[in-house]
Design a protein around this ligand. Structure first.
Ligand SMILES: Cc1cc2nc3c(=O)[nH]c(=O)nc-3n(C[C@H](O)[C@H](O)[C@H](O)COP(=O)(O)OP(=O)(O)OC[C@H]3O[C@@H](n4cnc5c(N)ncnc54)[C@H](O)[C@@H]3O)c2cc1C
Length: 394
């Protein structure tokens, strides 16, 4: 009898034994894959079982990441193109900038996905799963996710899935940065591939703050991306109209073909995304790594991933302190202005680049500037609208 009971117990246990991992990473986009690569490259996680889940196979070139750095980063091998010279075109103002020691770098989504998933597949301790994460929970006793009806448990979940727009508090702003990009090709040499255009505000501002950036890969091939900071998305044909107009008018090209397209929207918000819920640790855009005033995320994700890995290696909780509050304050002040439209975005960015060295602006946008540097930057912007918006933030 006891023997039968033991067998029954054993069977019951093995049939219901949960899938247990040390860590689960939900979302294999920029943040999930970056965290995995940082873990692998540290060489300190070989004894940890790690599950990585995404609903997609990550085999589409769905986005392009631009960022700047002064040294080769972890993803240097897959940098598709980099530039020392960058242009800014603003309100009746243009500036060619030598940004060294920074380099403006571009990584294609597909190269990033292939590189990261290739590396992960070589690791015995990683499992990759394609499925829809339906739910996740963390209590004092257990932390789990449900994927297509199946439950998986872990000590920590690192989550980059933004399941829904968060409920906003009164006075929190939620704008969208949305963009439509084309990779265009020409038969005749048409581009100077050693110079990128970071922001070109000569495009129409009829829908709100809007600019184009242009990243030439060669004399015949460039990425040209129309970007807006507004409350609502546009219709597809409106993005295309603006891109067409920009290519013809400002690049001076009539004959070209669109080889690839990308579209995306990310939040620019004063909302504070959570850094954790018990043992669910938020990463990527869902963890507040998108800079609210610029939309740049890639570099912040890298710094966040490195900090998480460092804390885990040192047996500390993987919750990383959020960026310094003064940077949130600057971001929120700018968003306040954009939300209430008290100053055109084009004017603000023109003053920013016109009156400051590009290296200082890039450091500021990286949240790595000194207070002295910040005072200089702030004093270069229109005083009253910023002061009013800053007081409202306080
Ligand atoms: C077109 C585009 C261009 C951008 N360009 C730049 C740039 O130049 N520079 C820059 O710094 N930032 C840029 N960004 C912003 C930011 O870097 C990216 O959005 C980045 O991908 C954010 O990383 P993430 O991991 O938070 O989100 P994502 O990369 O979107 O990853 C989230 C993952 O979760 C998966 N997922 C979602 N729901 C579920 C579910 N229920 N179950 C399972 N999986 C799920 C998705 O398939 C996705 O793979 C851009 C964004 C877009 C959209």
């Amino acid at each position: 009898m006891i023997f039968l009971l033991l067998i029954f117990n054993f069977l019951q246990h093995s049939l219901t034994t949960p899938h247990q991992y040390d860590y689960i990473i939900t979302g294999a986009g920029c943040a999930g894959l970056s965290l995995a690569v940082h873990m692998i490259r540290s060489g300190r996680f070989g004894d940890k079982s790690i599950l990585l889940v995404d609903k997609e196979q990550k085999n589409r070139n769905d986005r392009t990441w631009c960022f700047w750095e002064t040294k080769p980063g972890l993803f240097e091998d897959i940098v598709y193109k980099k530039w020392d010279i960058a242009w800014f075109h603003g309100e009746e103002y243009s500036k060619q900038m030598d940004i060294r020691p920074y380099q403006y770098k571009l990584i294609r989504g597909i190269d990033f996905y292939n590189y990261a998933t290739g590396l992960i597949r070589e690791q015995k301790n990683f499992t990759m799963l394609t499925g829809q994460v339906e739910n996740m929970a963390s209590t004092a006793s257990e932390t789990s996710i449900t994927v297509d009806g199946q439950k998986f448990f872990a000590q920590y979940i690192f989550n980059s899935i933004l399941f829904q727009k968060p409920a906003l508090k009164r006075n929190e702003y939620w704008l969208l940065q949305h963009f439509k990009g084309w990779i265009i090709e020409t038969d005749k040499p048409s581009f100077n591939s050693s110079e990128a255009t970071l922001m070109d505000f000569r495009t129409s501002q009829q829908y709100g703050t809007a600019f184009v950036y242009c990243m030439p890969f060669s004399a015949n091939r460039t990425l040209v991306e129309y970007t807006l900071f507004t409350h609502e998305l546009l219709k597809e044909e409106q993005y295309e109209e603006q891109l067409k107009d920009y290519v013809e008018r400002w690049l001076g090209i009539q004959a070209y073909r669109v080889a690839e397209e990308e579209f995306g929207a990310i939040p620019m918000t004063t909302h504070r995304f959570p850094s954790r819920r018990n043992n669910i640790i938020y990463i990527g855009t869902a963890g507040g790594q998108t800079k609210a005033s610029s939309g740049y995320t890639f570099s912040f994700i890298q710094k966040h991933s490195a900090a998480i890995v460092d804390r885990l290696v040192n047996e500390k909780s993987p919750v990383v302190a959020m960026s310094k509050s003064r940077f949130r304050f600057y971001d929120n002040t700018l968003l306040h202005i954009l939300h209430h439209n008290t100053l055109p975005g084009r004017r603000i960015f023109t003053d920013l680049f016109k009156k400051n060295k590009p290296q200082q602006v890039l450091r500021f946008l990286d949240n790595e500037s000194s207070i002295l540097n910040e005072l200089k930057i702030i004093s270069s912007l229109p005083t009253w609208p910023f002061l009013r918006a800053a007081l409202r933030q306080l």
